[in-house]
Write a protein of this length. Structure first.
Length: 151
């Protein structure tokens, strides 16, 4: 019984050290891919998403709302993209009126800059209006996009 307790504690310590090292990214060999979380109805197409080292963000999004939407692109209801410290400054949405299931491109400049391969983590918020019949309602879709910076 004494040997079982000794080995049990030793295995537990090794497991805790291994989990801590994994969470710190020590085993990460730099193979980061673009990932997205939190988007419910407007989904980013990860193959068409990236942030350049010059601070230009570009992403293709798909309208999964189920009806035509109007994506806002200015004033107090413009999109917001931030990494927690740096917020992107200039936005372009093309097209602004998007049918159900169709794509639109969101481009932003003035975002965070860095070196190629450096990992970015952006919080993206897209304001849009849904019109059904004579009723319009304002919504905001938010999520996080993470990936390596591109040249």
């Amino acid at each position: 019984m004494e040997y079982l307790m000794t080995y049990g504690w030793a295995i537990l310590v090794v497991m805790i050290v291994g989990i801590v090292m994994w969470q710190l990214g020590i085993f990460n060999m730099g193979g980061t891919t673009v990932t997205a979380t939190g988007f419910a109805k407007i989904k980013p197409q990860l193959a068409g998403t990236g942030l350049t080292t010059a601070g230009v963000f570009k992403s293709i999004f798909t309208n999964g709302v189920g009806t035509t939407i109007i994506v806002h692109n200015g004033g107090s209801t413009e999109p917001s993209i931030t990494d927690g410290t740096t917020a992107c400054t200039s936005f372009t949405v093309n097209p602004e009126t998007v049918s159900a299931g169709q794509n639109f491109v969101l481009t932003a400049s003035g975002c965070a800059t860095g070196e190629p391969g450096e990992v970015y983590d952006l919080t993206v918020s897209i304001p849009y209006t849904v019109s059904i019949g004579t009723t319009s309602s304002f919504h905001r879709e938010s999520g996080s996009i993470r990936g390596p910076m591109e040249q």
